[in-house]
Ligand binder design. Structure first.
Ligand SMILES: [Zn+2]
Length: 204
């Protein structure tokens, strides 16, 4: 077994049992894992009842996402499986991945958020579809940008009493997650939370 990030053999590495919450199914070496900074940053607002971001979006995170998303290295989904499982292990909550835009889905071979959840063995429901309204007539650039992240709920909401948890790889402005939460709330969902793997932090 070799480290998924640096290809070094994992055999002679010390076992860092609790490091980053990653235990027996460790898929990267401690030297690589040490570069990820666990932050467990939580915010709350009106639309998103809570957003929990697990790690800082630092250099290691940037490299990871590049390799994972654009180089399509699906094995990398394993690295955060245990961390994600530990925060998404409530079977009463309904896990909803943020989908890719259909255009991107054609270009990439897999949805990275779905892959993260599958690696973590977390059941999820793909309730959302990303849409871009066709731009008719003259719209300003800002109007067009504002329209790029709309979501449609594609299935019936069976229980609006349940807590829905959106999952995305990174929290940046929160616009994507807020739009997705709004789409669910318009269908009667009362509480929408979110979990993201990364979130940018200000340098100290
Ligand atoms: Zn490594």
């Amino acid at each position: 077994m070799t480290c998924l990030l640096c290809d070094k053999a994992l055999d002679d590495q010390p076992t860092w049992q609790h490091f980053l919450g990653i235990q027996k199914d460790m898929s990267a070496c401690p030297i690589c894992l040490e570069k990820f900074e666990r932050i467990d940053h939580v915010i709350e607002d009106d639309v998103l009842d809570s957003v929990h971001s697990l790690y800082a979006y630092n250099e290691a995170a940037k490299e990871y996402l590049h390799q994972f998303k654009f180089m399509q290295d699906i094995a990398l989904a394993q690295i955060f499986a245990t961390s994600l499982r530990s925060v998404l292990n409530d079977s009463k909550k309904i896990i909803v991945p943020i989908p890719m835009h259909p255009i991107n889905k054609r270009k990439r071979t897999f949805s990275q958020v779905d892959a993260l959840l599958e690696a973590a063995k977390i059941p999820y429901q793909s309730l959302l579809e990303k849409t871009t309204e066709s731009v008719m007539g003259e719209k300003s650039r800002s109007e067009r940008l504002a329209m790029t992240e709309l979501f449609r709920v594609t299935a019936d909401i069976c229980s609006n009493e349940a807590v829905y948890v959106l999952v995305d790889d990174i929290y940046t402005t929160g616009t994507t997650l807020r739009h997705a939460a709004e789409a669910l709330k318009q269908r009667g969902v009362q509480r929408v939370e979110a979990v993201t793997l990364f979130r940018p932090i200000r340098e100290k």
